[in-house]
Design a protein around this ligand. Structure first.
Ligand SMILES: Cc1cc2nc3c(=O)[nH]c(=O)nc-3n(C[C@H](O)[C@H](O)[C@H](O)COP(=O)(O)OP(=O)(O)OC[C@H]3O[C@@H](n4cnc5c(N)ncnc54)[C@H](O)[C@@H]3O)c2cc1C
Length: 401
């Protein structure tokens, strides 16, 4: 029986393992893949993420992987209206956003967890929880090189990402049927960036959008999000072709950007889902394993890192109360909701506006004319200021009235 088993060595799992190992716990970090491994993602890390990494002590490890700093955001509407915001506007010039491949980022963070004392086991495909007679999670079962293995732990942290196998076994997963979208990601060799690299977000003609982050000179990483209807109509077996066609329909992304694709187009989805609970006797769900809504604001990794921190705190409290840890674990659920709910509410509000092209154009026109509004909105989505700064009557009136 060890202290903690963390399932999944993405950002959430590695961060939770690092926090707990640094606090002196015996932690096993089980990962299905072998590093370096890809993960479909926009590969953009917002300023809030930089702060989380610094708090964890992992920033030097990530910096050593050569992230590409991004000091500008450029947001383009369907009709080609655009507004820009800079890191200086947001007051985060010293800790700007960055882009980095997930192969390198995730390997660096898992390496940091190991440095903190966690035991990383790659090639461990966790199949489900081990339960005691009262339904408490007491460990996990995994398939390792064709053999079944069991690991028992006082607390299990599920950080196994989208459609978590542990959440599924405990019947905690719920779909979000009214918001069915898929992600397509790939990389281009292209010209640019012209000037300093900027994160570009472009609204698309069919209700989706496309983000572009520079991995370095001449390498653009693109992440497109499309409604499920679009995907089923156009995609069967022609993902690469579909991506190229769809890209050409973006007013400021089209021709000049689609030079040479550097790799496959990865698809992922449905993107949105939720969980009925995020704490269970003996188990906590963190990062995407606990749910995800939409990547437009580029906050997913920050959410993963922050919820990992909250889960680590709750786990330490739980380990201090053997036999009576339920309140400590449940506290995580409340703290997560208090921190995350307003941020998801803002994402839902943004998507509601984007779904109405006339309203989105009006918002873009205002944001272009009134830089202070654009700065406040971006500061909220960059996790630099509280969401309440923009989800209030006066801000919404200034934007839409
Ligand atoms: C199209 C798209 C674009 C995005 N762009 C961005 C962006 O630009 N910026 C941003 O901040 N966020 C973005 N996100 C969100 C971001 O990718 C996630 O929020 C983030 O990866 C969550 O981290 P995680 O550690 O919870 O899960 P993951 O990163 O999914 O990691 C889960 C880990 O668990 C492992 N695992 C899974 N199952 C098992 C198992 N059974 N046994 C053992 N290991 C297992 C996986 O191999 C993986 O290593 C995007 C999401 C999508 C869909």
């Amino acid at each position: 029986m060890i202290d903690v088993v963390v399932v999944g060595a993405g950002p959430a799992g590695s961060a939770a393992a690092a926090w707990l190992a640094a606090a002196g716990c015996d932690v096993w970090l089980l990962e299905r893949a072998h590093f370096p491994r890809p993960k479909p993602c926009g590969e953009f890390f917002n300023p809030g993420c930089v702060r989380e990494l610094a708090a964890l002590g992992a920033w030097p490890q990530v910096e050593a992987a050569s992230p590409q700093p991004h000091r500008h955001w450029r947001l383009v509407s369907r009709q080609g209206r655009l507004f820009t915001v800079s890191a200086a506007d947001l007051g985060v010039e010293a800790t700007p956003a960055f882009a980095l491949s997930r192969e390198r980022f995730d390997a660096a963070l898992a390496g940091y967890a190991v440095r903190c004392g966690a035991r990383l086991l790659e090639g461990w495909n966790v199949r489900g929880p081990l339960l005691d007679g009262r339904g408490r999670v007491v460990g996990v079962g995994a398939r390792v090189a064709g053999r079944l293995r069991e690991v028992r732990a006082r607390v299990v942290i599920a950080a196994d990402g989208p459609r978590s196998v542990l959440a599924r076994h405990l019947n905690l997963l719920r779909p979000v049927p009214r918001y069915r979208r898929f992600g397509l990601v790939t990389r281009y060799e292209t010209e640019g960036p012209a000037g300093e690299p900027a994160l570009e977000m472009h609204l698309g003609p069919t209700g989706g959008y496309c983000g572009l982050a520079w991995q370095g000179p001449g390498i653009a990483h693109l992440a497109m999000v499309v409604p499920a209807t679009e995907l089923s109509r156009k995609l069967s077996g022609r993902v690469g072709e579909y991506f190229t066609e769809a890209l050409a329909r973006y007013p400021l992304l089209g021709e000049q950007r689609q030079r040479r694709r550097r790799g496959p187009v990865w698809t992922t989805g449905p993107i949105a889902w939720r969980t009925r609970r995020q704490a269970w006797p003996g188990l906590l769900l963190v990062g995407d394993a606990a749910g995800f809504y939409d990547p437009f604001t580029g906050q997913g990794i920050t959410f993963a890192l922050h919820t990992a921190r909250l889960a680590a705190e709750a786990t330490l409290a739980a380990l201090a109360r053997p036999g009576d840890d339920w309140e400590a674990l449940r506290a995580y659920e409340r703290q997560r909701a208090a921190w995350l709910r307003p941020k998801i509410a803002l994402q839902v509000a943004i998507q509601a506006v984007l779904a109405r092209p006339w309203l989105a154009e009006r918002a873009w026109e205002r944001l272009g004319r009134r830089p202070s509004l654009a700065t406040r909105l971006l500061a909220a989505t960059a996790d630099v200021v509280p969401v309440e700064e923009v989800l209030n009557r006066s801000f919404l009136a200034a934007l839409f009235a």
